[in-house]
Design a binder for this molecule. Structure first.
Ligand SMILES: [Zn+2]
Length: 146
């Protein structure tokens, strides 16, 4: 794929498929971490992650070299609900960069790369920064580095 915005849309589509596969219903997309009533083998606190329907997502967090609570809270904070909100926000940012003939509506076009007409500064730094978290995926081009 030659176009950075087009490639980014494909990455977001992949992320959405992954997020939706992690949840059995949209009503369960919000997750939370809870201390488990069952203690850890070392006598410490064990944690688990539940979805919004109080169904277990991770029955017990038992990292070998990290803090149980920290890992459980990290998983819960990056639940499908948040990931889907981030994808939606990124898609709206990408919409500001849809190339082609666009009528000027203040706020609806990225003024940095000005995708109307010739788009001399496309892709702008905003698009390059949006792509940076995906730099390890196939198809990312070094020329897109911000
Ligand atoms: Zn731009």
């Amino acid at each position: 794929m030659d176009d950075l915005a087009q490639w980014l849309h494909a990455q977001l589509d992949d992320d959405e498929r992954t997020a939706r596969a992690a949840s059995w219903t949209d009503d369960a997309n919000t997750w939370h971490a809870e201390p488990s009533p069952y203690g850890a083998r070392d006598g410490g606190q064990r944690w688990y992650v539940e979805d919004a329907m109080d169904d277990g997502v991770v029955s017990h967090v038992d990292p070998a070299a990290s803090d149980d609570e920290g890992v459980a809270r990290h998983i819960a904070e990056h639940d499908p609900a948040r990931v889907l909100r981030e994808i939606d926000a990124k898609r709206q940012l990408l919409d500001l960069h849809a190339p082609g003939e666009m009528e000027y509506v203040e706020g609806d076009v990225c003024m940095a790369c000005d995708v109307r007409g010739g788009a001399p500064f496309y892709p702008c730094k905003t698009l390059r920064l949006l792509a940076l978290p995906y730099a390890d995926r196939p198809g990312y081009r070094d020329e897109w580095q911000p």
